[in-house]
Design a protein around this ligand. Structure first.
Ligand code: ARG
Length: 470
């Protein structure tokens, strides 16, 4: 493709080292779509005839069919997907094929192709994220009345509704949904027409190509366009944060399903056994989710490091941008393929979940807040209840076993209205602050969540796609 200036053929080792077919062959369809847009634009502005434009489109569609049918074996001496397709096109069309690349460089071509591919991929990933969110909403509705210990520092802290617990993870994934929409927005401009770096002397219509490819507008600055990969950083940022949320959820379930906690039951078909110990049921899927999601972080860091010292505009280092990206996007699909169905089958064993707080000491904060409502400053209330807790531990007594009289001896401010409050279910239902674990708060939080998922789905459906379909 550049033979004019050279006197020697590229060395074989260089061909093998520098080819990117292993990275970009999956972009073939989007590359053809981008080329059809370019060909239509060339015809429209009169750089080629309408017939040549139609021939180019027909030839490109034929190449697309050959690839689809598996009849196309790319050659590494043609370096990448772009030159393989162009070369085949020229073989089909002759001199007309050789006109396609006017006004274009692989630098704006690869950026356009990648953005087209990613837009479709991110919308698909978004739908799977919405399914995950919907599963958590269903768990929240199912388990709203189930009480479980809430932990801080992994020590029992206060009783919570399991409906509230599932919504906590739902919220994390909802933030990921917003990050995903931002990543789509961040790539939603068309690079085509930026050329190698500085635009073109030819009368290209960038607005036309942007529009038919489903981009709201062309990119602003040609130098920036060919050399920036911020939209990939945004995708990696989304993946990394999603991965961390997934990993923490997996870790919770691993812990809560262990014999020591024992109040989460994992589905048999998502667990594995031991080759030696017949009694074992291991949470391997969750462990692999926890283990594998670290790769999202690695691929983010890989791209950051790649970009950090690059001089402005295109440098060949950028070809490596796709390596970690594919790994992350494939991993994303793999995560959804197990996480959502596994979650859908997780059970909460209510009696075991609440067994841990039978002694009632988890309600110590409730007692302190009771004293606050009787006019005791919080710091004093905290100390008084702390002493009552110490007494119970010494005497081996539970809060729930204390009579109103015994409470009065421990806390002179306590009246007959205290013991009825010291029931975990009453405790949970009284936490009525906005976003708290009180049952009605959980229900309204879930209603808002349902609205959020509906608007997320709506936003995904309204992402404009390319008008050119193969
Ligand atoms: N295969 C290259 C990539 O993926 C295409 C752009 C090559 N541009 C160049 N000037 N060598 O980045």
């Amino acid at each position: 493709m550049w033979k004019g200036r050279f006197t020697a053929e590229t060395a074989d080792v260089v061909l093998r080292f520098s080819q990117s077919l292993d990275l970009d062959w999956r972009l073939a369809k989007c590359d053809i779509v981008g080329s059809i847009a370019h060909a239509r634009m060339l015809g429209r502005v009169g750089l080629i005839t309408e017939k040549e434009s139609a021939d180019l489109e027909r030839g490109l569609r034929q190449v697309g069919q050959e690839i689809e049918a598996g009849d196309f074996t790319p050659r590494i001496d043609l370096e990448d997907v772009h030159m393989n397709i162009e070369s085949r096109l020229t073989a089909i069309l002759g001199p007309t094929g050789a006109k396609l690349h006017m006004g274009r460089s692989r630098n704006d071509q690869v950026a356009t192709t990648l953005r087209l591919f990613l837009k479709e991929t991110l919308v698909r990933i978004g739908r799977r994220l919405a399914e995950l969110q919907e599963t958590l909403l269903q768990l929240s509705a199912r388990d709203e009345a189930v009480l479980a210990p809430g932990y801080t520092h992994l020590q029992q802290a206060q009783p919570i509704s399991m409906g509230h617990y599932w919504l906590a993870h739902f919220q994390a994934f909802s933030r990921d949904a917003r990050r995903l929409l931002f990543a789509i927005e961040s790539l939603n401009e068309c690079p085509l027409g930026s050329g190698a770096l500085a635009g073109s002397t030819l009368p290209l219509d960038r607005f036309f190509t942007a529009e038919i490819l489903g981009f709201p507008k062309p990119t602003e600055n040609s130098l920036d366009t060919v050399g920036q990969r911020d939209y990939l950083l945004d995708i990696h940022g989304f993946c990394a944060t999603f991965g961390i949320h997934t990993s923490r959820l997996a870790e919770d379930l691993i812990l809560y399903s262990s014999q020591e906690f024992g109040w989460i039951r994992l589905p048999d078909d998502f667990c594995t056994g031991s080759s030696m110990m017949p009694q074992k049921k291991n949470p391997d899927v969750l462990e692999l989710l926890r283990g594998r999601t670290g790769q999202f972080v690695g691929h983010l860091v890989d791209l950051l490091v790649n970009l950090k010292g690059l001089p402005s505009t295109y440098d060949r280092d950028l070809q490596e941008d796709k390596r970690g990206l594919w790994e992350s996007l494939d991993l994303m699909e793999a995560v959804f393929s197990v996480l959502t169905p596994l979650l859908g089958k997780v059970e909460v064993v209510g009696e075991r979940a609440s067994a841990g707080f039978e002694n009632g000491l988890l309600l110590a904060t409730d007692v302190a807040e009771y004293l606050v409502l009787k006019g005791v400053p919080f710091r004093q209330a905290h100390e008084k209840v702390g002493k009552a807790v110490a007494w119970c531990i010494r005497e081996n007594r539970s809060f729930s076993s204390l009579s109103a009289g015994e409470w009065k001896d421990l806390l002179p401010e306590a009246e007959n209205d205290l013991p009825p409050l010291l029931d975990p279910r009453v405790s949970v239902s009284r936490r009525q602050t906005f976003g708290g674990t009180g049952f009605s708060q959980v229900a309204s939080q879930r209603a808002r969540g349902e609205g959020a998922v509906a608007s997320f789905r709506e936003a995904l459906s309204s992402v404009p796609g390319s008008a050119i379909v193969l």
